[in-house]
Ligand binder design. Sequence first.
Ligand SMILES: O=C(O)[C@H]1O[C@H](OP(=O)(O)OP(=O)(O)OC[C@H]2O[C@@H](n3ccc(=O)[nH]c3=O)[C@H](O)[C@@H]2O)[C@H](O)[C@@H](O)[C@H]1O
Length: 431
Amino acid sequence: MSSHLDNAPSTPGKFKMDKSPYRLRHSYFSVAKLIFWSLVFIGLILIFFLHSPSSSPLPSDPSRRSLRTSNWGGPAWEKRVRSSAKPRSRNGFSVLVTGAAGFVGTHVSAALKRRGDGVLGLDNFNDYYDPSLKRARQALLERSGIFIVEGDLNDADLLSKLFEVLPFTHVMHLAAQAGVRYAMENPMSYVHSNIAGLVNLLEVCKAANPQPAIVWASSSSVYGLNTHVPFSETHRTDQPASLYAATKKAGEEIAHTYNHIYGLSLTGLRFFTVYGPWGRPDMAYFFFTRDMLKGKPIQIFEAPNHGTVARDFTYIDDIVKGCLGALDTAEKSTGSGGKKKGPAQLRVFNLGNTSPVPVSDLVSILERLLKVKAKKMIMKLPRNGDVQFTHANISYAQREFGYKPTTDLQTGLKKFVRWYLTYYGEKKSAV
Ligand SMILES: O=C(O)[C@H]1O[C@H](OP(=O)(O)OP(=O)(O)OC[C@H]2O[C@@H](n3ccc(=O)[nH]c3=O)[C@H](O)[C@@H]2O)[C@H](O)[C@@H](O)[C@H]1O
């Protein structure tokens, strides 16, 4: 005899005690059905929330996910932002520098601060190259009172918040996925930073009140397969040789659109192979130095028929002068609250050195400076985005803001090598 408690169907297992096979199957299927339909119902609710744009509790967009991990906001944070971006003088600029922990970003930020402008940095500290170098640059800027907010360009909420805290007069947009050859390894990182990130930034700038004037980094690589030299801003740029170049060219077209529709003042700067202290370890002059010091072989690219591969290497201090010149001559945006009020300035400048140097000469200079004989491996120029030759015509920048590079490769590399040996010598390790 079984007690009534034993009959209580508290769990499906207990049903096995029931003597009637029909009742057992019937009850079992009712519960299973109930569970099944409950799961379907919960699933539908979840699908509805995940796809609802306004109330999405778990955003599927990776750029928005950074919101959850980034550490910004609050009165103390806002105070730091304000104090970093406050100019020393009444007519000084208040500049948001994106990519402030990057090579050019660090130098430009420091120069702006030195002359009395307020600077707020933004950087996502990604690991495209050794992030400890970016942290060291950050520490350097911190010593001169520059705060770098850690966040991604694609984080619209963060960017909007920054403009809410402060009416930036200018944006110096230097954050990007750089490097010509890496584009074949990780193409989407170029789309994420150089296209999606740029659009996100421009969306926030167009909605800001007042709208800032924007100066941003394009690239000499937009000239691609152009064969007219020296490269002038009027030459064709519709034959990019790498995805990197294509995203920078797309950026120039996107700039045109935002200028046209929203009255944003936009100036693009086509940088020509920038080098110098605190440089980028992914660039040839930098890793040639590292590998030569380690006694490792280096690859030197050569064009077909032993043709020379050359670059218009441009020293960082000259580039900084060009950036400041562009900033100083940038006119105000004309829109407000997302509406254009009149035509606004739209410019593109070459910032080069006007004196191309063969890569083999770059290596000879490094050999002399490092007192090391390079183990050279001559290789065919790979078809991975590299072009054979770059040479800037800089007369437009010269005319508009007196841009005049003054550092030759020998002098600039000497300063780079001195920095390199101090930086890595002190750390007793190479990159
Ligand atoms: O002006 C730009 O817009 C770009 O400049 C820079 O690109 P590049 O001019 O290609 O510089 P970089 O890679 O240092 O190669 C230098 C030279 O060494 C040759 N090179 C390179 C590697 C190698 O192993 N061997 C070699 O001979 C190579 O063929 C080349 O001739 C920036 O990286 C890029 O982000 C962008 O800003």
